[in-house]
Design a protein. Structure first.
Length: 115
């Protein structure tokens, strides 16, 4: 199993970024996928999740209305569109696949929101 995130970077407050996670090694289209983030000194937290066919999504309260999770099952890729970014969104963002009780993680992509 491989999860490879990309798209992070440095952005000013109010800006936008689109993260991508390319998945391989499992039947991507059959599973729920999630994005998590971890800021320095804080626990990893769930940001957003999406059902196997993209018909159901959920978001942390802190990102509702600003972030959008989506997926392209033909490309085995899940996305996180982040708009109206705030300094408190600064974190390493991780793609997650959970199978039974085991979590698979990517290497993470750094998002820094700063002027």
């Amino acid at each position: 199993v491989q999860l490879v995130e990309s798209g992070g970077g440095l952005v000013q407050p109010g800006g936008s970024l689109r993260l991508s996670c390319a998945a391989s090694g499992f039947t991507f289209s059959s599973y729920f996928m999630s994005w998590y983030r971890q800021a320095p000194g804080k626990e990893r937290e769930l940001v957003a999740g999406i059902g196997s066919v993209g018909d159901s999504t959920n978001y942390a309260d802190s990102v509702k209305g600003r972030f959008t999770i989506s997926r392209d099952n033909a490309k085995n890729t899940v996305y996180l569109q982040m708009n109206s970014l705030k300094p408190e969104d600064t974190a390493v963002y991780y793609c997650n696949w959970k199978r039974y009780s085991y979590n698979y993680w990517g290497q993470g992509t750094q998002v820094t929101v700063s002027s």
